[in-house]
Write a protein that binds this ligand. Structure first.
Ligand code: ZN
Length: 246
């Protein structure tokens, strides 16, 4: 795997996607923006990305646990009132058709909204699940809504099993992506700013070590994000249906 020569990346994303059999797809908030779950000013009503990061941070959990709890529950409520978009559905279909023909599509999301799963995709949740509740004392897991009630077993505080800003991403999803990347023939990032170091590292490994073509599909990407990829498609996530083979 190391030292595999870099492939010539076709300039046409449709050609790149159609030739791919082992795909790794990373999605961020942009894919859910078309479902009405805006990155900001969504159901949770934050004004900026800075406010979002602050309110979903590990240090804010220590300072104002109730605020983080209501914020996370607000994300779940907003998601429950939304439907998967054509992009969520197209990715689930692509995964099914690749797996039916001996290929694979590893889908990893940073989103907590559960829309990939509702579209029928086998999904790795890099930032965990807001519907899984974990005890901070005994690590007991329950499912449902994050309530203020303490753990029924040990009395410690409960919290959503999500990676807040300042916390480590989920170990198993990260491990499964790292295993899939060296043998992939396409890394496709959708609707993400690629600001987290985890994602930026994956993209770097693909380009530098694995010779895996990388594509960013994102509306209005930053110059620094775009520079990390072989190919950039400046379109909204729902336009994916024009590119994914069917
Ligand atoms: Zn407990």
């Amino acid at each position: 795997m190391l030292g595999r020569p870099a492939q010539a990346v076709p300039a046409d994303p449709k050609q790149l996607f159609a030739a791919a059999n082992r795909v790794v797809v990373i999605t961020g908030a942009g894919i859910s923006a078309d479902a009405g779950l805006a990155t900001f000013r969504g159901p949770t009503g934050v004004a900026s990305n800075d406010e979002l990061v602050e309110r979903l941070s590990s240090h804010h959990l220590k300072a104002d646990r109730e605020d983080v709890r209501s914020f996370v529950n607000g994300i779940v409520d907003g998601a429950d009132r939304s439907e998967p978009t054509v992009a969520h559905i197209a990715l689930a279909d692509w995964q099914r058709s690749l797996r039916a023909t001996g290929g694979d599509l590893t889908l990893v999301t940073m989103n907590l909204d559960g829309l990939h799963q509702r579209a029928g995709a086998d999904t790795l949740e890099l930032h965990g699940s807001a519907r899984r509740i974990r005890c901070e004392g005994c690590a007991r897991i329950t499912t449902g809504t994050w309530s203020a009630a303490p753990c029924a077993s040990c009395g410690a505080s409960m919290r959503a099993d999500v990676a807040l800003y300042g916390e480590r991403v989920m170990v198993e999803p990260e491990w499964r992506v790292k295993r899939a990347l060296p043998d992939a023939d396409l890394l496709l990032a959708i609707g993400t700013s690629v600001e987290t170091s985890t994602i930026a590292n994956w993209v770097r490994f693909c380009r530098r070590d694995y010779g895996v073509p990388t594509c960013l599909f994102s509306l209005d990407p930053s110059v620094s994000a775009a520079a990390q990829f072989d190919l950039v498609v400046d379109r909204r996530a729902n336009d994916l249906v024009d590119y994914i083979p069917n």
